[in-house]
Design a protein around this ligand. Sequence first.
Ligand SMILES: *Cc1c(COP(=O)(O)O)cnc(C)c1O
Length: 489
Amino acid sequence: MNDTSTRYVSTRGHSDCKPFCDILLDGLAPDGGLYLPKRYPTVDTATLGRWRQVYHRQGYADLAFEILSLYIDDIPPADLRALCHKAYTALVFGTGEIVPLRHLENGLWIQALSNGPTLAFKDVAMQLLGHLFEYELARRGETLNILGATSGDTGSAAEYAMRGKRGVRVFMISPQGRMSDFQQAQMFSLTDANIFNISVDGVFDDCQDVVKAISSDADFKRDYKIGMVNSINWARLLAQVVYYFAGYFQATDTGTGTGTDTEPVSFAVPSGNFGNAFAGHVARQMGLPIASLVVATNENDVLDEFFKTGVYRPRGSANTLATSSPSMDISRASNFERLVFDLQGRDPAATRQLFADTLVHAGQFDLSLHPAFGDLAARYGFVSGKSLHSDRIATIQDTYERHGMMIDPHTACAVKVAHEYRQPGVPMIVFETALPAKFAQTLIEATGRSPDRPARFDGLENRPRRIHMMPADAGTIMAFIAEHANGCR
Ligand SMILES: *Cc1c(COP(=O)(O)O)cnc(C)c1O
C-alpha cells in the first residue's frame, strides 16, 4: 500500500516521513515542530455506518482499532487490536461504554471522558500510550525513562498508565504543597517500583524549568534514555480522536445501533493546551459530520482571543491566573501550532516564521487579515467562548438544581459556553473532562454539598506514600535519575 496518511511530517518542514512508532517515542520533531500525518485519511458515510456497528456490537476498543489502523502501519493489526483491548476495559474505565453519554436537556449531552483511574480525560489517551510504549520498547529491546513536570492531572495520568509497565520508569516532578489533597494522595500513594515522585521546594514553573534544563542536555538525555509524554505527543491526540466518533454515534443513535451518519452534531471542549479540541479538528477533517467545535476557555483566554480576533498573544507565567479550573490555566497552547499549519495550507515555511522566529514578533502574531482566518468558522467549524469563576459556580449550581447532576468546574466552563452556540436541531455534546470528586471545594461552594467519590478512592488520603523530596535544582535531580534510571549501566 502507499497510503501516505500513515507517515508523519513536521509542522516546520522536516520531512523524513517517519512511521508512527518512531514519532511515538520522539515527541518533538528534530526541527522543533510538531508531527502530523502527511494527510488526514477520510471516511465516507458507508464507513461511518460500519464503524457505528462496530462500536455498537463490539465496543470502544474495536472502534479505536478501526480508527488507529488508518494512521499506523508499523504495528501488525492483530497486535494493535490487542493493545486497544488491553487499554479500554470496563475494569479500568468503570464502564463498558468507556465514554458514555448522558442527556442533560433538549439535545444537550454530557460525554463522560473522566471515568479512568485518575478521574480526568487524560486517562483515555494515556492508558493506550502506556501499552504502546511497553509494546514498542520490548520490540526494540530498549528502555525509557519518562521525565515530566506536573501541577496535578498530567503527572498522575502518566503514572497510572505507566505503573508496572516493563521497560519504563517515570520521574515526575511536582511542586510541594501546591496540588489539591486528592491529587497529592493519588500520585504519592503509588508504590510501584518504576514510579518516582519527586517533590520539589518551589512552584510549577520551577518544576518545568528543571525539566527544560535536563532535556536541553543532549548527552544526558541520550545516556539516560530520557523521554516525555507531554501533550504534544501525536499518539495522545490520535487516541482522543476516537471518542469524538463514539460520542457522535451515541448522540445520533435511533435506538438500535443505526443512524443516518450524515446528521451534524457539535462538540464543546474545555480547553488549555488545545490537544482535546485539535483531536476534534482531526475527526472533522476525516469526515465526521461536526457542525461546530466550541473551544471553551477560562479566564486564561488566549485561545478565545485568537478565535474571536485572529490575534494570538501567548502570556508568560506571571500573567497566567490561578483559577478554579486549574487544568486549563495555560497561556501558551502547545498544540496550537498544528492548527496554524493546517490553516496556512500546510506551509511549513509560514509556520516556522510564526513559531520559530519569535525574536521578530515576541511570540505574538496576527492572522486577522489572512484568508484562512475569515474561513475559520465556516470552513473548520471553530468558535469559542470563555467563563469566569462566577459563571462556573452559577452553571454548577444550575445543573445541580435543575438536573440533580454534579459537574466539575472544567466541564461547567464548556456547558456555559455551549449554550452560546446552540443551533436548533443540532445535538451539542459537552465533554466532561474531570469528575467533580477531584474539585470538592468548588463543588461545595456552588452546591453546599460534597461530591460523591467513586468507592475505589475510599481512604485514599490514608494510604502509605512514596515521595522523594528535593530542592528544585537540575543537578540534584539529574544525579537522582542517574542513580535510579532504567537500563543504563
Ligand atoms: C488537561 C485538561 C484540560 C485541557 O485539555 P487540553 O487538551 O490541554 O486543551 C481540560 N480539563 C481537564 C480536567 C484537564 O485535565
